[in-house]
Design a protein around this ligand. Structure first.
Ligand SMILES: NC(=O)c1ccc[n+]([C@@H]2O[C@H](COP(=O)([O-])OP(=O)(O)OC[C@H]3O[C@@H](n4cnc5c(N)ncnc54)[C@H](O)[C@@H]3O)[C@@H](O)[C@H]2O)c1
Length: 279
């Protein structure tokens, strides 16, 4: 979709971080925006910083709630008539050992990061197909959608699911002959306040606050983020990918070497097995 001027762009998680960056990047292309987030005052802040001429609608939504996302789609199509770009971006993160992380945390992470994307696809894609005009879905995953790291089992599981879902969605839309493209955004560390864990179950947050090693980990993460790339730089990569119709969006290509190492290990183990079979 080369020209984004006057196109309608829906962005979830638009109150902060990468979602707010996306709002600015698409606004600079002349797009009309529908911003959605848990937090209405954060969305107001994003809106107040956009160019004055940007047509913007704010819709408070919890993406883990299918009815709320369905209401967001109703609202967006009712106000704007068509939706040309959907950014399923809202997401959350926290770390912990897979066997220690509470089930409430697992449900929260999967509910927002995976089911939030599923709800977006359910509520928007059938209408995007039916509208006839070209459309594009951008799902925010992470480099943790293609890699893994110690202490990030639940987060990485949710983000791997988003990559796989996006790859399948792209194939299904192509098979269906739909004029709907897909991208999957896999940022590396980005300078946001994701460590604030918005919406995390209170009991889990309180339990972590009482553990000095967890407090130290969050402080480390905070420091890493402060040194990382800006949300706006990530968002500019997304705009380029939508305009050039590219599927994989890697704003931090230095992490791609880690994916290659993973495949090398798979190949080595497959080769070792076949050599055992030969002898
Ligand atoms: N910051 C990073 O280093 C990084 C790296 C890779 C991927 N990501 C992904 O980027 C996306 C955006 O994260 P961010 O870093 O900008 O975080 P952020 O916390 O700065 O912004 C996320 C926004 O999503 C909103 N949100 C949280 N739960 C929600 C829900 N249930 N419904 C609706 N809105 C909700 C929050 O209110 C917040 O405004 C996430 O999917 C995250 O996993 C972030």
């Amino acid at each position: 979709m080369e020209d984004l001027n006057q196109r309608v762009v829906v962005i979830t998680g638009a109150g902060n971080g990468i979602g707010a960056g996306l709002a600015h990047a698409f606004a600079d292309q002349g797009a009309q925006l529908v911003l959605a987030d848990l937090d209405a005052s954060d969305m107001e802040k994003t809106r107040s910083e956009l160019p004055a001429q940007t047509r913007t609608t704010l819709v408070p939504v919890d993406v883990s709630d299918p009815e709320a996302v369905s209401a967001l789609a109703e609202r967006a199509f009712e106000i704007c008539g068509e939706v040309h770009v959907l950014c399923n971006n809202a997401g959350v993160g926290c770390s912990g050992l897979a066997w220690e992380q509470s089930l409430a945390d697992w449900e929260w992470l999967l509910g927002v990061n995976l089911m939030g994307v599923v709800h977006g696809i359910h509520s928007f894609v059938p209408r995007m197909i039916a509208q006839g005009a070209p459309a594009h879905v951008v799902n925010t995953s992470s480099m943790m959608g293609l890699l893994a790291a110690a202490g990030l089992g639940a987060y990485a599981a949710s983000k791997h699911a988003v990559v796989a879902l996006s790859e399948s969605l792209r194939m299904d839309l192509a098979t269906h002959g739909a004029d709907v493209s897909v991208s999957v955004l896999c940022p590396g560390p980005t300078n946001t306040r994701v460590y604030e864990e918005r919406g995390r179950p209170r009991a889990s947050k309180a339990a972590d606050a009482a553990r000095p090693e967890r407090v130290a980990q969050v402080a480390q993460l905070r420091e890493l983020m402060a040194r990382s790339m800006s949300s706006r730089a990530v968002a500019d990569c997304v705009v380029d990918a939508v305009r050039e119709n590219r599927f994989y969006v890697f704003p931090a290509p230095e992490y791609v070497a880690g994916i290659e190492q993973r495949y090398q290990e798979i190949h080595q183990q497959v080769d070792a097995r076949s050599e055992e079979g030969d002898s």
